[in-house]
Design a protein. Structure first.
Length: 127
């Protein structure tokens, strides 16, 4: 009987995290697009108007390169997504639903915030 309960909990955990993955990936895509738009705005209105020399350039090639790089980063972020269910195994919270929601929100907002580090650091460098 105890083994059945453990299997049910494991299936519930896997199913909960599986259902959240699409939302996670949509968040990564949207935040990547928004961060890139912010990057373009910062380059156009701050970097190009600055008196400092900027060694970067915006071409179709660099935009495609950044896009492919971001797709790779989404793949890596999805590997890190597994830290949620794995941490749940390690921590064994008494309130698994509350733990899952908190862990998911922290991971989601952290992952969606990372793409903004580049435009923010560029902004800080050129203000």
């Amino acid at each position: 009987m105890g083994n059945e309960t453990w299997k049910n909990k494991a299936e519930l955990r896997k199913e909960w995290w599986r259902k959240k993955r699409l939302n996670y990936n949509v968040g990564l895509i949207v935040s990547g697009i928004l961060a890139f738009i912010l990057y373009l705005i910062i380059v156009e209105f701050i970097v190009m108007k600055s008196e400092k020399n900027w060694e970067g350039e915006l071409t179709i090639f660099t935009i495609l390169f950044q896009g492919i790089g971001y797709l790779i980063m989404i793949g890596i972020a999805n590997l890190f997504y597994y830290l949620g269910p794995v941490s749940e195994l390690i921590i064994e919270s008494k309130n698994s639903e509350k733990y899952r929601n908190l862990t998911y929100k922290i991971g989601f907002w952290f992952s969606c915030g990372v793409p903004f580090l580049i435009p923010i650091s560029l902004f800080i460098e050129f203000i």
